[in-house]
Design a protein around this ligand. Structure first.
Ligand code: C2E
Ligand code: MG
Ligand code: MG
Length: 756
């Protein structure tokens, strides 16, 4: 339909020319019906095709055209019938105009363009137009004596209807910033109809109610333009708000208002021989126009002031929670610091809160729920904190509180925060429990700078986060060193990757009962030239933040698969021996991963069933996203998909069922307490029962003692991994050990005897 409006315009124009040429009544009627019916079709089909809203408004426009068409068709038939019969044509036309007005009104409402000053501008112009039309056209028409008075009056009224339409159109033009083609076509359509009505009214003043097809031409052009507007691809924009900033006065408006005010004076001058009554009428209309102008001035100034207040509020507040934003609390903290007298032992304390796992809420329950949660958290914080302590919403899911006093007062505030998060939040008819990590920092009066204070609070908050959810940390200067250290590590890691300082170690995974190895987990190792071995638990998160995890992951996986291929070929491992590789959430967002794995499997001659990918629970929430698809593809290929550190994160049963997981690895934290802490026994028992029901394999991580092993075996855990059997070791050690123990179980090692 993109080009249809051009076709429609061309056909419509041709029909209008043919109609105006007035060759035969039949051809005329055919042209008229063609244009009219085409326009009605366009009003229904165009907006539907382009999904323009409000649909009912466009239907109204179609109806309007239909009635106007009926009016034009009826007029030559009824215009010289006796009595009130000529009004039949007017009845149809006026109904058409009413529908047209309703269309414009609906459009303006949809665009929320019915602003006071725009309406008042229109009213002023409307009054001027009505005065001129009334005196110059309607009155002479009404004075025509050889027909019923009503017919005469109605004939003179058309320009008045047009004035009302113009009023709405003026509103439309004053409340738009863009000029889509559809809108321009619509405006010219109205203008064309206005010309037609005025022409009719001028001849109507002399008693003529039907002139010739030439007088109908403006209406046909109007129809064609309405059709063009409806078919134009910009039609959806007509109903969309493109609200310009409140602009009470503009040159455009003044250019419209000044001529309007000239009308009463002009009439007084142009028609000097008027009755006293008419003069009074003109004066009254003039007074009314001035009164409207004053009302308009007052409302415009008020609207401007309100808009300014709104803008100021928006600049200072968070749109979602309505709380002050970072800028405003920054100002407040600066004020607190300035007011603190020199030598005052009190300090300004800032608490920066960041919700733990908020992304999971957003991804898992939807953004609406996330938003509601934020609103609720903000409300509770504001209600819980002392009135004098500012509370602000900062960043996406952060909040900030500030207070003046000693350390104890700051701790009291931190306690209040903890209490706020102590109860579940009522969100969307359910309940949600969430924690927050809090960073606390303070500054004294003389030297305190807001930016430094906020930065310190942020550093402390990240520290709190790294120590697990729900905690709070008070900033101390050593943290800056740690931040620097992290940056140093990142630089060193890049170098390590280039210089090949990373290697892969292998930890056996054994059959719990027999101790026979079933596979191994490939774990990355970093031997730093000066600092020695650096734990992956330290550098993997840095690699994730620095965008290096993809390169590291690829390197480890390729090396591990190459190694497995070599072991298989040398007969060091059997056909069912599998290798488990860790993949981080970031790696799973790369849709090429399955393809890469497939080609590596081919290259090293490893069947997919001998490979498992391990990822932590946090990737589970993205089941509909790329990560979900990547995992499904890996599973389709035949790889095992294991959930690592099960129980530490987001262990929702629903996610497990939606995910292509083939098994789980119970986190070490649950294994540690086995046989000692009955609670852990129960948790592991429940997890195992659940996994059996879902047909998932279960591996226990971090098995260090015989007691743990026996307890795990007793509840039905089939496989285990831990120092009891051996730590992760370099491939040669692993091969030697494995080769010598092929037929037998790995010897159990005493606790703490680990070296890797
Ligand atoms: P993970 O995947 O849960 O690996 C198990 C970790 O527990 C390993 O630590 C392993 O050495 C350790 N461990 C094994 N048995 C025992 C035990 O009996 N007692 C105790 N206390 N610990 C045991 P590691 O090698 O330091 O790795 C830490 C984490 O770093 C891994 O946890 C994994 O999440 C991540 N990681 C390691 N290599 C890679 C890799 O190549 N890619 C990615 N993305 N992450 C890796
Ligand atoms: Mg792992
Ligand atoms: Mg683990």
């Amino acid at each position: 339909m993109t080009g249809k409006w051009r076709l429609f315009a061309a056909a419509g124009l041709a029909a209008t020319v043919a109609y105006t040429a007035n060759l035969s009544p039949v051809l005329n009627a055919a042209c008229l019906v063609l244009v009219g019916a085409g326009t009605v079709w366009a009003c229904f089909a165009g907006p539907r095709r382009h999904r323009a809203e409000p649909r009912t408004a466009w239907s109204l426009l179609g109806v309007a055209v239909l009635f106007c068409l009926a009016g034009i068709l009826l007029r030559p038939v009824v215009h010289d019938l006796p009595g009130l019969l000529p009004l039949l044509a007017d009845g149809a036309t006026i109904t058409g105009y009413a529908a047209l007005a309703a269309f414009l009104f609906a459009m303006l409402r949809r665009r929320r363009s019915l602003e006071w000053h725009a309406v008042l501008d229109g009213l002023i112009v409307c009054l001027a137009g009505a005065l001129a039309a009334g005196l110059l056209l309607a009155a002479p028409a009404a004075a025509v004596s050889d027909r019923p008075l009503l017919v005469s009056v109605v004939a003179g009224l058309y320009p008045l209807f047009d004035v009302i339409l113009l009023l709405l159109l003026i509103n439309l033009t004053f409340t738009t910033t863009t000029w889509p083609g559809g809108l321009i076509a619509l405006m010219f359509a109205m203008f064309s109809m206005f010309v037609g009505d005025t022409a009719y009214a001028v001849v109507g003043a002399a008693g003529v109610t039907y002139a010739s097809p030439l007088f109908d031409a403006p209406f046909l052009i109007g129809f064609v333009l309405v059709g063009v507007a409806a078919l134009h691809p910009s039609v959806p924009l007509l109903g969309q708000a493109s609200r310009p900033p409140v602009q009470a006065w503009s040159w455009r408006r003044i250019a419209l208002l000044v001529p309007a005010f000239a009308v009463p004076f002009g009439l007084l001058v142009a028609l000097p021989e008027m009755s006293r009554g008419r003069r009074v009428g003109i004066a009254l209309v003039g007074v009314l126009m001035v009164a409207l102008l004053l009302v308009r001035a007052v409302t415009a100034v008020r609207a401007q002031a309100a808009a300014q207040r709104r803008a100021e509020h928006q600049a200072m507040h968070d749109a979602l929670t309505g709380l002050p934003n970072r800028y405003m609390i920054g100002e407040e903290v600066a004020r607190m610091l300035r007011r603190l007298p020199a030598g005052d032992p009190r300090r300004v304390w800032v608490l920066l809160l960041d919700l733990d796992g908020f992304k999971l809420v957003n991804d898992g329950w939807g953004h609406d729920t996330g938003d509601q949660l934020l609103i609720e958290v903000g409300r509770r914080l504001r209600a819980g904190a002392p009135v004098a302590a500012p509370v602000a919403a900062v960043g996406g899911d952060g909040f900030m509180l500030a207070t003046l006093g000693d350390r104890e007062q700051a701790m009291t505030l931190a306690g209040l925060v903890r209490e706020v998060f102590g109860h579940p939040f009522a969100v969307r008819g359910g309940e949600l429990t969430i924690t927050c990590s809090t960073g606390i920092a303070s500054a004294g009066g003389e030297s305190g700078r807001v930016e430094a204070l906020m930065r310190d609070a942020e550093t402390a908050m990240y520290r709190a986060k790294s120590e697990g959810p729900g905690g709070f940390t008070v900033f101390d200067a050593a943290m800056h060193d740690q931040v620097r250290e992290r940056i140093d590590l990142e630089v060193a890691l890049r170098k390590a990757l280039e210089e090949g300082q990373l290697s892969v170690a292998y930890q056996p995974i054994v059959e719990m009962g027999s101790g026979v190895p079933a596979g191994a987990e490939a774990l990355v190792r970093w031997a730093h030239p000066e600092r020695g071995a650096i734990s992956p638990a330290t550098f993997i998160p840095i690699a994730e933040d620095a965008g290096l995890i993809g390169a590291i992951g690829d390197r480890v996986r390729q090396e591990a698969l190459r190694q497995l291929g070599a072991w298989r070929e040398a007969g060091i491992v059997g056909d069912d021996f599998y290798l488990s590789v860790n993949v981080s959430g970031r790696q799973l967002t790369d849709p090429r991963l399955p393809h890469d794995v497939a080609s590596e499997l081919r290259r090293y001659g490893v069947p997919a069933r001998c490979v498992a990918v391990e990822m932590t629970e946090s990737v589970l929430v993205d089941s509909a996203g790329v990560a979900g698809r990547v995992l499904f593809e890996l599973r389709e290929m035949g790889c095992q998909v294991l959930i690592d550190d099960f129980g530490t994160g987001f262990s929702a049963l629903g996610y497990l069922r939606r995910f292509p997981a083939t098994g789980i690895k119970i986190d070490r934290s649950f294994v540690t307490g086995l046989g000692v802490n009955p609670g852990d026994d129960e948790i592991v028992r429940a997890v195992v029962a659940m996994c059996h029901a879902l047909e998932l394999s279960v591996i226990a991580e971090g098995v260090e003692t015989r007691l743990q092993r026996d307890t795990l075996a007793a509840v039905g855990v089939a496989k285990g991994q831990g120092w009891l059997w051996g730590p992760a070791v370099p491939p040669d050690d692993f091969a030697r050990h494995w080769h010598t123990n092929r037929a037998a179980a790995l010897p159990e090692r005493p606790r703490r005897d680990h070296a890797c």
